[in-house]
Design a protein around this ligand. Sequence first.
Ligand code: GRG
Length: 308
Amino acid sequence: MAEAAPSGADPAAATDLLSEAREQVDRLLDQWAGRLQQELGGKQGQALAYALRTPGKRVRAALVIACYRAMGGRAAGIAGVAAAVETVHTYSLVHDDLPCMDNDDLRRGRPTTHRRFDVPTATRAGYLLVPVAARVLAAAASELTLTPAALGRMAGELFQAGGVEGMVGGQWLDLEAENQTLSLSELIGVHRGKTGALIRAACTLGGMAAEAADRHISGLSAYGEDIGLAFQIADDILDCTGTSEELGKTAGRDVQLAKSTYVRLLGIDRARAEAERLAQRAVAHLEQAGIPSAALGALAGYIASRNS
Ligand code: GRG
């Protein structure tokens, strides 16, 4: 079997980066949650705060921060860009769990937002998170003293990845594909949109915040595209091999919903080998673009072989 991580990658470096990202981004999201709860009030405010405060792994946040630093960025304000990406991701989880989509009860080890509140409140909370993400990004750009042009470019990148050409489009195809068997290339198309687009954007946003050159942004984009797919393959594997306690969400849901997954098409061993191959190729893209990649190599290894 292929190596579990790109050669030279240090698993402890990934764990350290993830804890740092969690600490910084959770603090910011907690502040936003408090502010929004006051602005909105009532059950709607509570639901929005509940969704923002649910504790995730913060992989996308760690990617924003690591790509920013790989491109020479040093300011602490990058955590705000990471929080904006995590806000879009949180919106997608709130809606993904709704009865009209995956209809799930458990997320991040807690009741899903519509179970804790109700379906209309959770639906509105999800929609409300999209403009919240824009506010979080604008505040971060101001703290980083980015130009309006840089903010415009970053907003375009984030919301295009979150839209019909990315996450929404991929989810749409995923829902349409329930009870059908997709070909591998169709499945790759679904995964690249549903999961990969936002992960790729996390990487390019880190580079853009550091005002990286276009050829470096392209290298980060190619890296992000491969680890985005590897991330979803690992998700497919964990759905079969993990428990609900370990995952913080209902295990075995893909089989229950008759979804096409990498595991269904290739089996667990070949799916695992493919995730590892993609992680290695992601790092090769960085090397080709001349991007120093120790932290990003560690994150690629973590993403392909993660166990939660
Ligand atoms: C209107 C069709 C339509 C769609 C709305 C709901 C939605 C947009 C998109 C769903 C996108 C989605 C949930 C993709 C799955 C990505 C994924 C593997 C999520 C799990 O990510 P982790 O493991 O979660 O990083 P944590 O909880 O750690 O943040």
